[in-house]
Design a protein around this ligand. Sequence first.
Ligand code: MTE
Ligand code: MOS
Length: 716
Amino acid sequence: MINNISIPIEKTGDREKIAGYAIYLGDMKPEGMLYAKTLRSDRPRARISKIDIPSMPEGYYIVDKNDVPGKNRVKIITDDQPIFAEDTVNYIGEPILLVVGPDKQRILELISEIHVEYQDLEPIFTMEAAENRSLPPIYGEDNCFAEYSYSRGNADRIFSEAKLVVEDEYETGYQEHIYMEPQGMLGVYEDNRITVYGSFQCPYYVSDALIQAFGWDSDRIRAVQTTTGGAFGGKEEYPSLIAGHVAIAAFKTGHPVQLIFDRTEDIEVTSKRHPSVICFKTALDDNNKILAIKADVSINAGAYAGLSSVVLQRIIFNVVGVYNIPNLEVYGKAVATNTVPAGAFRGFGGPQAFFAIEMHMHHIAKRLGLEPLDFKKKHMVKTGDPTATGGTFWDDVVLPDMIKSIEEMSGYREKVKSFNEKQGDSFRGIGVSLFYHGCGFTGSGERDHIKAVVKLRKYADGKVEILVSNVDMGQGLLTTFSKIVANTLELPIKNIIYVNPDTSRVPNSGPTVASRSVMIVGKLLEDAAIELKSRWNEASELEIIKNYKHPEYIKWDEEKLCGDAYPAYSWGVNAVEVEVDKLTYQIDVKGVWTVFDVGKAIDERIIQGQIEGGVLQGLGLAALEVMNCKGGKLQQRTITDYVIPTAMDFAKVESKLIDNPYKGGPFGAKGAGELTVVGAAPALAAAVCDALGVEIHRLPVTPEYLMEVAKNGKRD
Ligand code: MTE
Ligand code: MOS
């Protein structure tokens, strides 16, 4: 029993991982297992006219579209992506078929003997090209997978009377997850049932996708999560595609079939963070107060829609950041191109939106000769203020305290002063970002789509098992959920059982995404534990089930995109200090300070891990991680040329947590997993702007990009 839930305990699973005996998918080798390798399109857009396949030796198989028992579509929001290509391919790397067999080398030889005859079609690679109506569209009439808009007040009237109108454009690139364990799946067909084992975030997304692919009843389909070496959103929707591959292969061959990507294949063909372009038009009055913003968002979705519509929603709802802007007009679209499909990535659109708005605020302040943080503070939302979509910030907004803390920790004010005084001989700068992350699904997702169910089972020996479909992918759920239940039941932690979920045993408590697990599912577990405690002596074995109940006061209109887009918000303030080399424009990060409000930490060390990892991932997006696409082909395909940060690249993060318990979360906890990645890029970029006296409009901030902007706007 833990008195203060925030006090760290040993993280479940770490011992096994460190010692090397944790079982990952690659360690599983059931009797008779075959390997699979994917034959992929090497064309960005083409019709497949013919496939010449050599005769397969004994024990080797081809698995393709003709083997799909049900619907040849990956089940996700719009179901537009085939499991195996049919008559056309739409991006380089699109799966066409599998070669399956006992020997990996032989499989590669057989793959190389297959010849696909294509009839090339005119591809579209960029958002600009997709918008050019003179080219034939590749999707629908306008290459748009999704399009949304919403407004508040009357922006047009304000613009006609504004004292000053500022227009800006911001651009962000791809980001690749580089989870340590590449994607992988194992399919088994046994007793007329399909089971897939794999490294994934969403057991029920996988099983639902297979139910559709096979057209079978749910009791014949089972998905089991294996110890997952990181996911970061990359194992949210993509695993449903390869689960289809191995399951269909297992069904056809009668053998267990394993498909594991190597790093290059993983980088080339799995989803990425959406590249974005965000344009602002902002109106200010005589007192330098922003009265209206028009924002126009485009994201490059790639060849299939996937989750792009919901990523886009999060971007447009976050696009004015932590500021109360009375008049708004926001438009966004997800654009189809013949490139690898983009998808979920920690922050889910938040990093793109907050980079844009934080830089925009910074640049406006500088252009007006104002101190950026003071300018931001004048526009910040307060408790009870309306949100961009006309909802309400219901819970305590403690940004002023957080800013005070960051100023003290980083020495922001003194540094701004001293760096400015020493203009010319020191390219040093410090920047601050303010941000939030809406916890849980956007809009009515939890209420109308997910409808989470959790179960607690008490056994005769007094042990209690947590039965949920949420997974530990490094973010520590095995520990935090167990703590919530143990603490509520006043039981030692060793009496709580919680193993990797298996859809044949656990109810659907929803996917492990949107930083929802602790706040939404953890709350249901807390409620279940409270009930179990009160009924503890009723019987030696007991089962308690809890269903998600939507808070009455959280209202959302899906048609009008109006109301509370999120039930609650976690908040962050980051400061980054840099020194930029005068010759090479290399950025040396001298200090990183963070203050977060995640309600209440369920385990401070786990939150610390989320902070260090998330901030590093955000700094990578900010300054290191370059990924270009040329002719539909990604140029960076290994971790030698796609460089992610290591602990050596940036200064150690100094962090502080603000206790601000949320009544709707277990022990007051809100979401924490994604928040930590959101604010690093705008803080670093602001610091670099400060150091060089330039404006930054694009991520990543590479030395090459800095040289370019320094030529245009270097301070004197
Ligand atoms: N932390 C680790 N170590 N590994 C991960 O894969 N995924 C992130 C974040 N933190 C991730 C992580 C993402 S994308 C999400 S949505 C949240 O964890 C989900 O966890 P939660 O719902 O438990 O907050
Ligand atoms: Mo996280 S991007 O919601 O899996």
